[in-house]
Design a protein around this ligand. Structure first.
Ligand code: 2AM
Length: 170
């Protein structure tokens, strides 16, 4: 199974992201991500055999991470991955959460590019609108299974753990 750790927006933030995505002009092609599938990937585990699921759950379970505030404030086209994203400046506590998960999984350290993918298979750079900042205060993080058989991946939340307390982040 294919696993990743992610932040899943609540209904209000999902609606705000969908409103921003609605301004996207994709006449030149691409496929919009369905709002129920919006997420911010913290750490991509990849394919694991079923018996290794417990290990990933253990990693999430044992992590103690503080809350933080994310400001999604720009859209970007990433040519290499052919996606349009809502990008965010990652606050230090978000970077730390992502790094802690990555270290526990055994991923090489890379700079976190905090984003929510809005559209995929976008082969030509679209004209991007300015975006009204979306303020997102996640209260938990999740381990997700991704089933990639269909037209759009199906995501299943396998487990969710709380983020613990508010830091002084703006
Ligand atoms: P994306 O949103 O930038 O496409 C589930 O597949 C999630 O993990 C997606 O959000 C995707 O990010 C991310 N992902 C998929 N393949 C990945 C990879 N090889 N390395 C890192 N992240 C990946």
């Amino acid at each position: 199974m294919r696993l990743f750790f992610a932040l899943w927006p609540d209904a209000d933030v999902t609606r705000q992201i969908a409103d921003a995505a609605g301004l996207l002009n994709l006449e030149s092609g691409g496929r919009r991500v369905e709002p129920r599938n919006y997420h911010l990937t913290l750490a991509f585990v990849g394919e694991v055999a079923a018996p290794k699921l417990a290990l990933q759950q253990q990693i999430g379970q044992s992590l103690r991470a503080p809350r933080f505030t994310i400001r999604c404030d720009s859209m970007a086209y990433w040519r290499k991955s052919q996606v349009v994203v809502a990008a965010a400046q990652a606050p230090p506590a978000l970077v730390q959460l992502s790094t802690s998960l990555g270290d526990a999984i055994g991923l090489p350290r890379e700079q976190l590019r905090a984003h929510v993918t809005l559209a995929r298979k976008v082969t030509q750079a679209p004209v991007l609108q300015a975006m009204s900042p979306i303020v997102w205060r996640p209260t938990n993080f999740s381990l997700i299974r991704s089933d990639t058989g269909g037209a759009e991946p199906a995501y299943t939340v396998l487990d969710t753990w709380p983020l613990l307390y508010e830091t002084g982040n703006p």
